[in-house]
Design a protein around this ligand. Sequence first.
Ligand code: ZN
Length: 230
Amino acid sequence: MEQRALVLFSGGQDSATCLAWALDRYDYVETVGFDYKQRHGVELEIRQEFVSALRSNFPNWSEKLGRDTMVDISGLADLGETGLTPGVEIRMQENGLPNTFVPGRNLIFFTYASALAYRRECKHIVGGMCETDFSGYPDCRDDTLKALQATINLGMETRFVIETPLMWIDKAATWSMANELGGQTLIELMTEHTHTCYTGDRTIRHDWGYGCGECPACDLRQKGFQSFKS
Ligand code: ZN
């Protein structure tokens, strides 16, 4: 039976690696992205760029890659500002979480994604969430996503599998995974056509890609790349 997957694809390095992982593994892959008025709206433009580059460099993957769906959940931003709201400074909150945490975000992403996966008959829903070296977002935890999988399957009478190939690896290992999946060509696509920086800066090109070089997201990406290269 044909194995079909839906990948949550934001245009960032993690979700781009997950897209390659799914294309390597499944017979048919679709993508879904969410517009929630994030500060780095630049990710949403970059995602199209990445997909075009992926299609032209990897014809075998291109054959398996189906349609892309964008979901507008900008109502989420109307509920309150976060560190991803344009103009708001990134800082730690009293509860120990950075204000880049968007409450409910991943719960909403997966609920929408599963509604789409239901229509498209995709059994596998793939996301780039990671517990290892990220900011301790509670909705990136393995337990959260396993509980959500159970809830969605009960609520929709389905057997979806939420796949998180990056859950237990760090950024260096994420670069290595991309290297194993698509070699230097994929590493170059990742560097040139994915975006991680919280400030949306694409004026400065480093060896690890574009970004301000100073925000927590750039810091992680830079350190991960250096560790992968060494
Ligand atoms: Zn940055």
